[in-house]
Design a protein around this ligand. Sequence first.
Ligand SMILES: NC(=O)c1ccc[n+]([C@@H]2O[C@H](COP(=O)([O-])OP(=O)(O)OC[C@H]3O[C@@H](n4cnc5c(N)ncnc54)[C@H](OP(=O)(O)O)[C@@H]3O)[C@@H](O)[C@H]2O)c1
Length: 340
Amino acid sequence: MIDPKTRVALVGATGLVGREMLDGLADLCVAPGQLSLFASPRSEGEVADYRGEELEVEKVSARSFAGVGLVLLAVPADAARELAPVAQAAGAWVVDVSPAFRRAGGVPLVLPAVNAARLDAPFTGRIVACPGAATAALVTALEPWRARFGLDEVSLTALWGASGRGKRGVAELEQQTASLLSGREPEPGHFPHRLAFNLVPQVGELEGEWTEEENSWRAEAGRLWGATAAPELSGTAVQVPTFFGCCLAVSAKLSRPATQEALQEALRTAPGVKLLDSPAEKIYPMPMLCTADPNVHVGRVRLSPGKADRASMFIAVDNAGRGASLNALDIAGRLARPGG
Ligand SMILES: NC(=O)c1ccc[n+]([C@@H]2O[C@H](COP(=O)([O-])OP(=O)(O)OC[C@H]3O[C@@H](n4cnc5c(N)ncnc54)[C@H](OP(=O)(O)O)[C@@H]3O)[C@@H](O)[C@H]2O)c1
């Protein structure tokens, strides 16, 4: 719950993550009169339904945060870099889901299921960053194995649906699919190549040999677990022609041997994790099952033949929901709790 006296601003309310947050704010009991919605000038005047009332979306400006106690930023990183310091200077708590501050030393990076205590330790400023959706799912699913068996090394392939690029990514995949089915070759826009009926092994800009997305897993997992506790981590991010959901095929070298049953049991009892693991009955994680589910889905848990310290699993997460908005709202509820 958020303190009823706190005024809340949601910036990016017309985006994929912003719309998920709007639904979630109702669960945190934020009254319509205490909530202001903002986006870019493109969306000025749009109307969103919230708890039975119509709220108008305003164009965000430097004056938008006067009297606001909590600002949720669900905007691209460049906009977040501009807006977060303004909101902070106005005295608001700022929770940012963009990559803007994920690697910024002075800004806490928080995944409540793993390091919520970071919010209780003193920090300068009022900005809190959330990890990317793939890192959040990966760390949530691996934490039970790390705690029981230790993790030396992790390698993964991340399969990102078009929604990872926001509402314009979804629209582009729709248009490309329709064009190809009508015999027309579409132009790529938000993706490096045509995505429809294709796979693109590049998510985000290249930073040397690795992409921004691939580097982010290492950097963010290191900040969430702490540099000494974090395993070696590397992998490839692939853009895939599905609309929603992000899936991760993960292999881990454990510090101590395990059995398949013990690996499954650790996941079955972990908070925020749903084990779907009966392959013989065709039960395993898939994007079509995780949409709108607040849990990280895990399955296909197995050991490499003859190796009790090599474990694999498959993960699926609702990237805009569990992967972004729910973590941000959990943080917001802790920062702006009644009497906090
Ligand atoms: N999609 C995911 O799976 C996911 C997961 C984790 C984190 N994130 C991060 O969450 C953020 C939002 O992603 P999204 O997928 O929701 O993107 P999106 O669907 O493209 O929505 C972006 C939102 O930001 C607004 N916006 C853009 N530029 C702005 C500006 N200069 N000033 C104010 N508002 C601006 C847009 O307004 P208009 O509608 O007016 O353009 C829209 O409301 C990004 O930083 C992304 O990296 C996304």
